[in-house]
Design a protein around this ligand. Structure first.
Ligand SMILES: NC(=O)c1ccc[n+]([C@@H]2O[C@H](COP(=O)([O-])OP(=O)(O)OC[C@H]3O[C@@H](n4cnc5c(N)ncnc54)[C@H](OP(=O)(O)O)[C@@H]3O)[C@@H](O)[C@H]2O)c1
Length: 266
């Protein structure tokens, strides 16, 4: 329990596992935790990008402990293999950040077999994947006597993000927000806190719309954001650092929206 603000927000020495750290928000969170002295393991499927991110962050913060692990959250057996290997190599896991996500777009009224597969792909990663990683990691946290789990969801859990047709994404993210609250309640006796961060449009490689339409739509979304700009990945990372630190010890089952106020009037 904190008694002073000095060091209350520190994550120094914490053992942090991030899914999907090879780019975007996951990479920014890996960077932020390393900058503050945590030990970071991150998962991705792309070995080249994984090695590059690992080398880039290590060069930026000499002496920091960061390691890339190849794996696919939706591949049967991979979550168990990854969690056990990483827990063994780091000597435990204090913080899990469920971040690896994907989205698909299709017209729900005319959905065909391929769209049903897209639906399943999103649910498998953004909802079932989050649950599997949380459950498998919580067992290690239970043995340790504490832990913090942070689910990266989306403001799309609560609003219709026009003009995208992304029923599977919104449904998965809404499910992950509810799952956050269920697990927070179930695991509080083990001192495992579970919270979610729900970003809005954030500069990253996950482009909500492909092609030339993007710049036009980006201008539309920016205009409808009260703060007048998109979020930065480091701003999501700052909230993750808070939720991992002792400063948030009394916070569990909460969903923090970071969208510059976009969802207030949309
Ligand atoms: N960017 C936004 O505007 C925004 C807004 C709201 C919410 N979010 C949420 O924030 C999270 C991160 O978004 P982002 O923008 O950083 O996405 P991104 O740029 O597409 O990055 C996704 C990361 O997940 C990894 N990944 C994808 N599928 C995976 C799998 N099956 N197994 C393991 N790793 C996998 C990717 O690495 P590999 O390719 O190497 O596997 C990549 O590192 C997502 O959950 C997203 O829904 C983003």
């Amino acid at each position: 329990m904190i008694t002073s603000i000095k060091n209350a927000f520190s994550v120094k020495g914490l053992k942090v596992l991030i899914t999907g750290g090879t780019q975007g928000l996951g990479k920014a969170m890996a960077d932020a935790f390393c900058e503050d002295g945590a030990q970071v393991s991150f998962i991705g499927r792309n070995d080249k990008k994984g090695a590059e991110v690992e080398a880039e962050i290590r060069a930026k913060y000499p002496g920091c402990k960061i390691k890339y692990y190849q794996g696919d959250i939706v591949k049967p057996g991979d979550p168990q293999r990854l969690v056990d290997l990483i827990a063994e190599e780091m000597g435990g896991i204090n913080v899990l950040i469920n971040n690896a996500g994907c989205t698909r777009f299709f017209d729900s009224m005319d959905a065909v077999e391929n769209d049903f597969k897209d639906w399943q792909d999103v649910i498998d990663l953004d909802l079932t994947g989050y649950f599997k990683m949380a459950s498998l990691t919580a067992r290690h946290m239970k043995k340790q006597g504490w832990g913090s789990i942070i689910n990266i969801t989306s403001n799309a859990a609560d609003i219709v993000n026009l003009p995208q047709r992304m029923v599977s994404y919104s449904s998965a993210k809404a499910g992950a927000n509810r799952m956050t609250k269920m697990l927070a309640h179930e695991w509080a006796p083990y001192k495992i806190r579970v919270n979610a961060i729900a970003p809005g449009y954030t500069d990253s490689d996950l482009t909500p719309v492909e092609g030339p339409e993007f710049e036009k739509l980006k201008a539309f979304w920016t205009e409808h954001t009260p703060t007048g700009r998109w979020g930065k990945p480091i701003e999501v990372a700052a909230m993750a650092v808070y939720l991992a630190s002792d400063a948030s010890e009394q916070v569990t089952g909460a969903v923090f929206t970071i969208d510059g106020g976009y969802s207030l009037a949309n």
